[in-house]
Design a protein around this ligand. Structure first.
Ligand code: UDX
Length: 436
């Protein structure tokens, strides 16, 4: 099928490359010239495992092209809107200017019967509004939320755990969308991927509800970590024990410095803001608590660090291992790890930070920080080591390996990803979160 993808960020670039790998003929459009040049040369503009290989193969096959000119989307049967919906400046609501601009920009190139498919995460009600804008062209709008996780984006796009079609109200239009999307996702559908076909509002809500649930699960266990801290309980053992209940499940019950990234934090805020607009603020008022618990954990890591530094971080050497909001990503948007580095730096600590992939992005946002080229360099002569992103290479660090490098054998495990017993037995002061 001939497809266009408007917006080539974490979502759109992966979607475009994945669709080309499935045999579709894809053009990716973005306003960012540098991004388009990189993608056209088969280079990923951000770190995402598996994406470089897919891009190269797609570009070389001729099935994947990129352009800054929306006119190149003309002729595609299905147009995906995959631009960002960040948090609006000075508000908790979503900023829809990129979605609106993408749709407006596409209008002159749409033909009768084209399908415009929104993938961006939007406040409920957006699809209905956009459908009216698209209607005069004879194209049909649909919503098809994306659930990809960074670090697993390729796999989540090629083989998603479910597909959701938000179909328009008119039966004939709904049928046309369904036929088109079934062809787009034929590979996933033939392997039995569950499909939920529904209306606009449900499709829009599925995405924010899923992210709200995940955020709530993480904040729940972090709240238990706060209680564990004043009772001597161990939240990791607590999570194991409750996680054996299949109704609860162990996944997304890792207590630590909390969630970040380009989705969970802004999505729960935008959801609460939208619910208030709808007069149902109280229904998701708990999401504000979820957000507060989450943000408190960043400060908690800093407080533990200061405590271990004898009450003041001033002029102390602190190695911060991790800057990305999660491993296998270079994304530092709303990253708890980066926040911890910035807060410690603000307290006068001599912070030396290292992330295997996110140093450059962190430096762009916070040029006042100092960066190391390796974990070993970061911890050299450190008075304290803080682990805030659970990269595999940090989880593999041993107390014996770091002991000769540091000035003091003190480690704060902001992700509860290290073996506390092993570090303590090797003579280190080990501090986890919600653990004695
Ligand atoms: C999330 C959703 O998982 C995905 O379905 C949606 O499409 C986009 O948002 P992503 O932002 O890539 O994906 O990250 P995710 O793996 O969900 O992790 C989010 C944050 O939660 C990370 O900062 C992670 O470190 C943190 N987290 C996750 C925890 O603190 N504890 C956990 O147990 C799990």
């Amino acid at each position: 099928m001939k497809l266009s993808v408007i917006g080539c960020g974490y979502l759109g670039a992966v979607h475009a490359a994945a669709m080309a790998s499935l045999g579709h003929d894809v053009v990716g459009i973005d306003v960012d010239q540098a991004k388009i040049e990189a993608l056209s040369a088969g280079r990923a503009p951000f770190f995402e495992p598996g994406l470089p290989e897919l891009l190269l193969a797609g570009v070389e096959s001729g099935r994947l092209r990129f352009s800054t000119d929306t006119a190149d989307a003309a002729g595609a049967a299905v147009h995906f809107i995959a631009v960002g919906t960040p948090q609006k400046a000075g508000s908790t609501a979503a900023d829809l200017r990129y979605v609106d601009a993408a749709v407006d920009g596409l209008l002159p190139y749409l033909s009768v019967g084209d399908i415009v498919v929104g993938k961006s995460t939007v406040p409920v009600g957006t699809a209905e509004r956009l459908a009216e804008i698209v209607a005069p062209t004879g194209a049909i709008l649909a919503w098809n939320p994306e659930f990809l996780r960074e670090g697993f984006a390729v796999q989540d796009t090629v083989a998603p755990d479910r597909l959701v079609y938000g179909l328009p109200p008119a039966a004939a239009d709904a049928e046309a969308v369904r036929t088109a999307l079934d062809e787009v996702y034929a590979a996933a559908l033939t392997t039995g991927t569950p499909l939920v076909a529904t209306g606009f509002a449900t499709a829009e809500l599925v995405k924010v509800a899923a992210n709200a649930f995940l955020a709530t699960k993480i904040s729940f266990i972090n709240a238990m970590a706060e209680i564990s801290e004043v009772t001597g309980a161990d939240v990791t053992e607590l999570a194991d024990a409750i996680g054996y209940d299949a109704r609860i499940g162990r996944r997304f019950l890792n207590a630590g410095v909390g969630f970040g990234g380009g989705c969970l934090p802004k999505d729960i805020r935008a959801f609460a803001a939208r619910a208030e607009e709808l007069g149902r603020g109280e229904s998701v008022a708990f999401l504000k608590e979820v957000d507060s618990i989450n943000l408190r954990r960043r400060q908690r890591v800093v407080d533990i660090a200061v405590e271990e530094l004898g009450g003041s971080a001033y002029q102390k050497r602190v190695a911060v291992l991790g800057l990305a909001f999660k491993p296998d990503s270079d994304d530092v948007r709303d990253s708890p790890a980066l926040d911890v580095a910035v807060l410690l730096n603000g307290l006068g600590a001599r912070v030396l930070a290292y992330d295997p992939e996110a140093n450059a992005n962190a430096k762009r946002l916070h040029p006042q920080l100092h960066f190391a080229a390796s974990a070993e360099e970061a911890v050299a002569d450190a008075d304290l080591v803080v682990v805030v992103t659970e990269w595999k290479e940090f989880r593999a660090l041993t107390p014996e390996q770091l002991a000769p490098l540091v000035a003091a054998k003190v480690i704060v495990d902001g992700r509860n990803c290290l073996d506390a017993t092993a570090w303590r037995e090797a003579g280190w002061t080990y501090r986890g979160l919600g653990r004695p």
